[in-house]
Design a protein around this ligand. Structure first.
Ligand code: G
Ligand code: G
Ligand code: MN
Ligand code: NA
Length: 255
């Protein structure tokens, strides 16, 4: 209850920030996109992680203003990096979208307005939707995904391999990217996980989806994923999520 109370004031009190984690092209180390991750600094108290407050935002409906704010920040920063960072013109920005946001029939229009306001190119925006959100309430969400795709926005399936979507369902969804859940990478090394990662890479290949591995913490994991044919990855080995200024510095040293 306390979290719900405080969360109502988080936006007006400027307690929310967005951090960005680089996603790299494994063969070259080039940053191809960044994932936006919201942070909450609660006046004086220890930071509350998004695993804790995003579900509360969903239950209370606060996800609508908070989600729109995160999207606007991400597009605004993305526009700024396109304009100012050498070789960043093609950088994509990925934003996590929760189930309640996607189910809201106004959501595609909110995204359209934010793209217009920030002059961020739709093709540079990626919406990350978890596999379980995609499967739940598909009759409601599928038309919204199509409307978003019609804006030119791209869609990524997050936490892939942890939900229950059938391959036929995935085939018919207009998506662009899948993200291999970090549990497959972190446990890595074992034969079973290697086979599962290979299976996911083959599904990506068959459905013409880019595959991003999450949770890469060691050079060994990066090497192994690369050798399995995975082209993109993110994780603490490359960089943790960074505040906008620090991300800008990271991009600049890469360029
Ligand atoms: O670092 P990390 O603690 O940021 O994120 C934890 C979880 O919170 C992840 O599952 C991530 O997808 C989710 N998350 C982070 N930022 C956002 C956001 O802006 N919106 C939504 N819906 N989820 C987010
Ligand atoms: O669920 P989603 O994939 O959106 O969540 C991203 C989460 O993973 C964030 O909490 C982010 O901070 C975290 N994360 C990013 N890189 C790593 C990593 O290398 N190892 C671990 N354990 N977590 C990571
Ligand atoms: Mn994500
Ligand atoms: Na994920």
């Amino acid at each position: 209850a306390r979290i719900a109370q405080d969360l109502r004031y988080a936006l007006p009190r400027n307690e929310l920030t967005v951090h960005y984690q680089p996603v790299v092209h494994l063969p070259t180390g080039q940053v191809t996109s960044v994932e936006a991750l919201v942070r909450w600094e609660r006046g004086g108290r220890s930071p509350t992680p998004p695993e804790v407050f995003v579900p509360v935002a969903e239950e209370t409906g606060l996800i609508r203003p908070i989600g729109a704010w995160v999207l606007r920040e991400a597009c605004r920063h993305g526009r700024h990096w396109h304009d100012t960072v050498p070789k960043a013109e093609a950088l994509s920005v990925a934003v996590n979208i929760s189930g309640r946001q996607l189910k809201d029939h106004r959501f595609p229009d909110t995204v359209r307005q934010i793209l217009h306001e920030t002059a961020f190119p739709p093709a540079s925006l990626v919406l990350e939707i978890t596999e379980s959100t995609l499967v739940t309430d598909a009759e409601t969400t599928s038309p919204h995904i199509r409307a978003l795709r019609d804006l030119g926005v791209r869609v990524s399936i997050d936490d892939f391999g942890t939900g229950y979507s059938s391959l036929a369902y995935l085939r018919d969804l207009p998506t662009d990217t899948v993200k291999i859940d970090q549990s497959f990478v972190l446990r890595g090394g074992g034969d079973v996980d290697t086979s599962l990662i290979q299976a996911i890479l083959q599904v990506g290949d068959a459905l013409d989806l880019d595959v991003i591995a999450e949770g890469i913490e060691t050079p060994h994991q990066a090497q192994r994923l690369h050798s399995l044919g995975c082209l993109y990855g993110q994780g603490f080995y490359y960089s943790p999520p960074l505040a906008p200024k620090a991300l800008e510095a990271y991009l600049t040293t890469q360029a």
